[in-house]
Design a protein around this ligand. Structure first.
Ligand code: URA
Ligand code: CA
Length: 433
């Protein structure tokens, strides 16, 4: 087999065999195939696409390029949730204890990552004492005992994807459905879940800005998951404005606590119930989505989800008193309101820009080595569709400095107020199975 022939075949729009895909992935990962030929291959895929079978084959091969986490010592069906990423997406903090409260085992592997705020682990580390430095045996034991544990990314997951992603980044081949879908799914599958619920975001703050692109990506990932034997479904949800009200690490923990108490923002609560019901059904802990939703709502209102969260924090060294006293979380030194310059209805809160503003305050990492400030961020007082009067606060800024004029300017540019009627955007567009 020669890589030249494989590139030529894909260039001409032909379907590759399993052996040809393996030859490419293995050869590129072990350094036998040079970057220039891999680049040509990726560009051929970009233009010619791949069949569902090729995409599944590509994904399995990338999974096999590295470690695969074995969760078989955890009893029950392990369901993982993955979000394609957005601004103020606090769902994992809520969903993990919430679905665990119905007996669904949640063995969550999470990252710190780059972006507007930290990853799930950074957020959880704003709880004093909480840590994810546990061995894999401890991790398994914790999930078996408490139904929920979070561990840092361990092992060498899908190294083929890591190498390919860096190459895609510099060859204008990131934005390709078969390449994105196989990249995301290879990492999810390698981390060991039996079933996967995908939250594919669409709108200004999402990776897929347009609804039809989001649907296409969701369909591609669902097909891959099911073909490789992981029961997979996707929810397409809105990310035109931030989710919930809080954007920032400790601020999102506080928001998660409110939501687990049944007092969370409406959109965040609704999305958690939607994703949670799907997880509970995939885990075989309820027969129907309606039944799952009802039992999840019950546990938000009767304190069981909150109790599960306390237990989870304690079991990983965290000070569970934060749940009843959020003043124990890191607090920003300065807070500022952002008064509206006119009356009217909020027509737009551009998610991306709000995320950038949170990052300017120090809530997120610009590079892998940047320090993040767990206390800072933004809490929205209004969402799209709400009425506001001139002088009333649009949002609160939590900062470590009083020099926030540039952040305020960015925020004013990101929130539109109109005199016309405005409808809030739908939260959930579609479910893909
Ligand atoms: N996220 C990933 O992990 N991979 C992609 O290709 C795009 C986004
Ligand atoms: Ca939020």
């Amino acid at each position: 087999m020669r890589i030249y022939d494989i590139i030529e075949k894909k260039r001409d729009g032909e379907k590759l065999t399993r052996e040809e895909i393996r030859f490419f992935i293995n050869g590129y990962t072990n350094g036998e195939i040079p970057d220039y030929q891999a680049s040509a291959f990726l560009m051929a895929v970009f233009f010619q696409d791949m069949t569902e079978e090729e995409r599944a084959e590509l994904t399995s091969t990338m999974v096999e390029s590295g470690d695969q986490i074995d969760l078989s010592a955890i009893s029950g069906i392990k369901v993982d949730k993955h979000s394609t990423g957005g601004v103020g997406d606090t769902t994992t903090l809520i969903l993990a204890p919430l679905v665990a409260s119905l007996g669904v085992p949640v063995a969550k592997m999470s990252g710190r990552g780059l972006g507007h705020t930290g990853g799930t682990i950074d957020k959880l580390e704003s709880v004093p004492g909480f840590h994810v430095e546990i061995t894999s045996d401890e991790f398994v034991d914790l999930v078996n005992q408490n139904k929920v544990a979070v561990v840092g990314q361990t092992g060498n997951l899908a190294p083929a994807d890591k190498k390919l992603y860096s190459l895609r980044d510099v060859t204008a081949t990131v934005n390709s459905i078969p390449l994105i879908a196989s990249s995301i799914m290879s990492k999810k599958i390698a981390s060991g879940a039996d079933a996967i619920v995908l939250d594919v975001k669409t709108g200004a703050g999402a990776f897929m800005k347009e609804l039809d692109e989001a649907k296409e990506l969701a369909g591609a990932m669902v097909s891959i998951g099911n073909r490789v034997g992981r029961n997979t479904m996707a929810v397409i949800s809105d990310m035109s404005q931030p989710l919930g009200n809080a954007i920032g690490n400790a601020l999102e923990v506080e928001e998660a606590i409110a939501t687990l108490r049944g007092n969370g923002p409406e959109d965040l609560t609704e999305l958690c119930l939607e994703l949670g019901s799907q997880m509970v059904v995939l885990a075989n802990k309820a027969d129907t989505l309606e039944e799952a939703r009802e039992r999840l709502s019950e546990n938000l209102n009767n304190g069981k989800a909150l109790e599960q969260f306390k237990q989870f924090l304690k079991s990983q060294g965290g000070d569970a008193r934060v749940v009843d006293n959020t003043d124990l979380l890191p607090q920003a030194v300065h807070t500022f309101d952002l008064p509206a310059k006119q009356s009217g209805r909020i027509s737009e809160i551009i998610a991306d820009n709000i995320g950038t503003a949170a990052m300017m305050l120090g809530a997120g990492r610009a590079t892998k080595d940047s320090e993040i400030d767990l206390a800072v961020g933004i809490v929205l007082d209004k969402k799209v569709g709400d009425h506001i009067s001139k002088g009333e606060s649009l949002l609160k800024i939590h900062a470590s400095t009083d020099e926030v004029a540039h952040v305020k300017e960015k925020l004013y540019e990101s929130i539109m107020i109109t005199n016309d009627p405005v409808e809030a955007p739908p939260l959930i567009y579609d479910n893909i199975t």
